[in-house]
Design a protein around this ligand. Sequence first.
Ligand code: SAM
Length: 242
Amino acid sequence: MRIDVLTIFPDYLAPLSLSLIGRARERGLLDVSVHDLRRWTADVHRTVDDTPYGGGPGMVMRPEPWGLAFDELVPVGTTPPRLVVPSPAGVPLTQALAADLAAEPWLLFGCGRYEGIDQRVLDEAADRMPVTEVSLGDVVLFGGEVAVLAVVEAVTRLLPGVLGNAESLTEESHTGGLLEAPMYTKPPVWRDRPVPDVLRSGDHGRIARWRRDQALVRTARRRPDLLAALPPGTLDATDQLA
Ligand code: SAM
């Protein structure tokens, strides 16, 4: 997958060289380029913002650098990328959206700052590529960079070959609609707290049942909205919610 990121703070994206994303890049599974939006400014101050029409506090990102950046990164005649723009007004980032984005060959991210990007940038971009505004949650951040890191991480771990054990993708929270059961590792007793006996029993049937029960109870308590959204037939007669 190819990923391009447009930002006025390229250093903010340094974690894209670390850990499993860095490894995926080294292995050629991911081709990441981070671009400084100010490269497409022409004035001595490399200005990217201006005051909002209609008044109000803060500044808005001017359209020209964005337009020039898109022109250069997405030349006419090429199959365009999907443009992903972090925004508190976007669709919530979910595992389903991450899977959808992971199926794309090329993602182009545009990081907003200040009070956001001039709306015409998004409108014009939508004439030449699919555009998805994505929200990290009902909260306001300083800029889109942290959201891009989160989206790239969620997407990268879904790419074939990135995770050593692909099974971990099928058995985790937000994949089957339930939150994952609590996990334990060694030692068997830590600060007088033992690991649940069943997990050390070696009885795979009982362990699976216990994990399913824990997942159901956890989801019912913490995220009843997820439980309510399960497709009919997901729960069976042996499932208990308390
Ligand atoms: N004035 C905007 C509003 O009220 O919707 C908020 C602008 S915010 C200070 C600056 C930038 O941070 C946004 O353009 C967006 O790129 C990013 N951002 C802020 N909150 C976000 C969130 N919850 N999800 C994704 N991106 C966010």
